[in-house]
Design a protein around this ligand. Structure first.
Ligand SMILES: [Zn+2]
Ligand SMILES: [Zn+2]
Ligand SMILES: [Zn+2]
Length: 137
């Protein structure tokens, strides 16, 4: 029996290696997007360059995607076939998912006034203050 991690890597045409397994497990169990540094620290023995290369191959094969939460570096999470985005607290960094961005109407409006024929992807992250940080002010 193949475990789901092995299955995911094989389906993507990637060789099953210890490092790839480690990074895939970390991404699968993470509740928020992770940085290369964090992944490298948690996947003991996998250096940053290797983690970065693994992430590149994961993004190319749609196992993972990169997210820009304005940290000055990209974060990575498992690719989600159901659209979701993030709410980010600019004070403490708390990150939560949200769904239902109603992109259809927005895309239609944007295309109408543009020279574009199609929109194939979108990114949307909301930045603000969490309730706990608001209470501290
Ligand atoms: Zn906060
Ligand atoms: Zn997410
Ligand atoms: Zn969306």
């Amino acid at each position: 029996m193949l475990d789901s991690y092995t299955h995911t890597l094989r389906t993507a045409g990637l060789k099953v290696t210890k490092s790839r397994m480690a990074v895939l497990k970390l991404l699968t169990n993470a509740k928020t997007p992770l940085s290369v540094d964090t992944l490298s620290r948690r996947a003991r023995g996998v250096d940053r360059v290797t983690v970065y290369r693994i992430l590149e191959s994961f993004v190319a094969s749609r196992i993972a995607r990169s997210v820009d939460l304005r940290r000055g570096h990209m974060l990575y999470e498992l690719y989600d076939e159901h659209d979701h985005h993030h709410l980010v607290c600019t004070q403490c960094g708390t990150t939560e998912d949200f769904t239902g961005c109603d992109i259809g109407a927005l895309v239609q409006r944007a295309l109408q006034r543009s020279s574009f024929a199609a929109v194939t992807d979108h990114s949307l992250e909301l930045f603000g203050t969490c309730k706990q940080c608001t209470a501290l002010v």
